[in-house]
Design a protein around this ligand. Structure first.
Ligand SMILES: [Zn+2]
Length: 270
């Protein structure tokens, strides 16, 4: 029976690896760029700006670059992938995300003190290091399950105003759930950052390999430690209301080549 299960798993594995994210060549989206003309056994090293890009085997043959496009990318600028020799260019479409106006009671979250700003800079550097962490596990992750159960209370990409002041756009998906609701790993990975951050509250960042990372914010409790290896479904923490929030929820970010993209592009059926 065991051998039989193993056989089924082995047969399923190649199909799972090819479950690609949905393509959306827009700011905050993902581009799937076939690297035509490259027939090397090894995946080529591809960069987009400063960051290394995920490259996975194509459906039939060759390699495909899976590229995260930043929210501030401009439709009238050609996007460029660079390789050791040559490169690939692609264009993106414009996307107007909706606006959202939020009221935060604690004014320090809208106009932070100089001390808060210092703290936030330090924390940003720590998070940037986690987002740019490069690892090469045997099996690339290209899809996720949802890390928590609940309605989506704020979609990705919203242009945000806190107490009527413009701030950075919403770089993740908010899932509303009561305080204490479980948060679980949406794919295998390694914990590369754990912290209590000024804006993000209790936060965990998980590296899934090849420049794909996920971040979990505002938790009431953290269940993991730095360096922990997670399987699909392993507990990460509990939903909470720490940091800059208007109520308990999970803020879930998906980062690809150090660019925050729409998490739902990676979730089947969404
Ligand atoms: Zn959020």
């Amino acid at each position: 029976m065991r051998a039989c299960n193993w056989l089924i798993a082995a047969l399923l594995l190649p199909t799972m690896a090819l479950a690609m994210p949905k393509e959306a060549r827009i700011p905050g989206g993902v581009a799937l760029i076939p690297l035509t003309g490259i027939d090397s056994e090894q995946a080529p090293e591809v960069r987009y700006g400063k960051n290394r890009v995920m490259v996975v085997p194509g459906d039939s043959s060759g390699w495909v670059a899976v590229v995260g496009i930043p929210l501030d990318a401009k439709a009238d600028e050609t996007q460029q992938l660079t390789l050791d020799q040559g490169g690939y260019s692609f264009r993106i479409d414009d996307k107007q995300y909706e606006s959202q106006h939020l009221t935060v009671k604690n004014k320090r979250y809208v106009e932070p003190d100089p001390e808060d700003v210092k703290r936030w800079r330090r924390e940003s550097a720590e998070m940037a290091a986690a987002f740019t962490h490069w690892s090469a596990p045997p099996q690339p992750t290209t899809g996720f399950t949802l890390p928590a159960k609940g309605p989506f209370s704020s979609p990705f990409g919203l242009r945000r105003f806190f107490n009527e002041q413009p701030r950075k756009p919403h770089s993740g998906l908010d899932i509303a759930a009561p305080e204490g609701a479980p948060i679980s790993a949406p794919a295998p990975g390694t914990v590369v950052a754990v912290g209590n951050y000024f804006f993000n509250g209790n936060t965990v960042i998980v590296d899934h390999g090849y420049g794909l990372t996920t971040m979990y914010c505002h938790m009431s409790h953290i269940d993991v430690a730095l360096g922990d290896k997670l399987d699909l479904g392993d507990p990460i923490g509990k939903v909470g209301a720490t940091g800059r929030v208007t109520g308990p929820h999970l803020h879930w970010s998906v980062s690809l080549n150090n660019v925050r993209v729409d998490p739902l592009l990676f979730v089947d059926g969404q």
